[in-house]
Design a protein around this ligand. Structure first.
Ligand code: EPU
Length: 345
């Protein structure tokens, strides 16, 4: 079934709670609806949202917003240990994770509490506490608007990287609409505990279960991140920058100048350079818990920009974004890039 609403306020459809409208809002509950919807939008002026948890609406969206209500889920056993779970794109990730953890399945537990829906998780390759969606995705089913048919892509064909995929590439804008994602999970104990302090929360390693890890992750998130049902935000606002080794040496000098000789940044060696936590740079630039109008960085995790008192406008969020980019760049010579997608961009 397809439902359509004209001139629709979408404040409740974006976790930043930006008070904006779209020209038309269309929801559908079956993959077979998609060709009809796209035929009715010949100018291609549409944007597909998931849970709206990684977006900044920079103003009213004049075109059409699409949203999936494909909510079916099935379990396909592979063998005595592995299980494939095929989930509709419109299912909330955390509700899926709650179900898989209750069933004792390993794989998704570290993504507990992550906002957003299954389809968007596969577009964005969401990640948290040492696990990325790509680690557990088996296949992605989508409507290919170029070939005008439903296709199934293997994980290897989705070109996954840090918060990126084939579906996010500018050349593929509007081409793929994800309908289902199949996750490969396991009944065998497979905890991922090496990110941050996850391991230190485990008291009894023999009785460890996916539900136990889920509960630890939920507590860690609650400790650091704003609860989006109370404080509007879109999670991490910026990506963690990866800089070349030469730029890392320049950064060390800038840190010495700005923070003194005894400060070393947390850093992680990557294939293509060195990854620095953006939160650290923002904090050291003096911008943790910093406000500009009704936009602020979260006092416990400055990588998150929040909508203070639910009164921030898109302009206020953008002004803070620019301020952070310029301040971090002028102090440390590192240019942050938003992880949050601007719509329209
Ligand atoms: N840090 C600070 N000050 C702070 C917070 C963090 O200096 O106030 C430094 C610390 O050195 C810390 C490091 O930043 O060790 C990393 O912090 P954290 O573990 O909180 O992770 P992050 O890199 O800031 C990423 C994801 C989050 C995810 C966490 C946990 C990105 C852009 N963000 O944040 O994802 O929850 O790891 O895995 O990769 C999201 O994408 O919306 C999101 C919340």
């Amino acid at each position: 079934m397809i439902t359509e609403i004209k001139d629709f306020n979408i404040r409740h459809l974006n976790t930043f709670r930006m008070n904006v409208s779209c020209g038309k809002f269309i929801e559908y509950d079956s993959p077979s609806d998609i060709p009809n919807i796209l035929t009715s939008l010949p100018d291609g002026n549409y944007f597909h949202i998931g849970g709206g948890s990684n977006l900044l609406f920079t103003g009213d969206y004049p075109g059409t917003i699409l949203h999936s209500r494909i909510l079916d889920m099935e379990t396909l056993s592979v063998d005595s240990s592995e299980v494939l779970i095929r989930a509709g794109a419109g299912i909330e990730m955390d509700s899926l994770i709650d179900q898989t953890c209750s069933s004792g399945l390993w794989g998704l537990e570290n993504l507990s509490g992550i906002p957003g829906e299954v389809g968007a998780a596969a577009v964005q390759n969401v990640g948290a506490y040492g696990v990325e969606a790509k680690d557990v995705i088996d296949t992605v089913e989508c409507y290919d608007n170029e070939k005008r048919t439903l296709i199934t892509l293997k994980k290897e064909d989705c070109e996954y990287g840090y918060r990126t995929s084939l579906f996010k590439q500018p050349a593929n804008k509007g081409r793929f609409i994800i309908t289902h994602v199949t996750f490969r999970l396991t009944k065998n104990q497979r905890p991922v505990l090496d990110y941050g302090h996850v391991r230190s929360h485990i008291t009894d390693f023999d009785s460890i279960s996916p539900m136990m890890v889920r509960s630890i992750i939920m507590d860690m998130r609650a400790e650091k991140l704003p609860e989006i049902s109370i404080v509007g935000s879109a999670g991490s606002y910026f990506k963690n920058p990866v800089i070349s080794r030469a730029d890392y040496d320049i950064l060390l000098k800038a840190i010495e100048t700005n923070c003194g000789t005894n400060t070393t940044p947390p850093h992680f060696d990557m294939e293509n350079g060195v990854k620095i936590p953006a939160a650290w740079l923002i904090e050291k630039a003096g911008l943790k818990g910093f406000s500009m109008g009704n936009a602020a960085t979260w006092h416990k995790q400055p990588l998150v920009i929040v909508n203070k008192n639910a009164k921030a406008t898109p302009e206020e969020i953008l002004a803070l974004e620019n301020y952070i980019i310029e301040e971090v760049n002028s102090k440390f010579g590192v240019r942050l890039t938003p992880e949050v997608e601007h719509v329209p961009n």
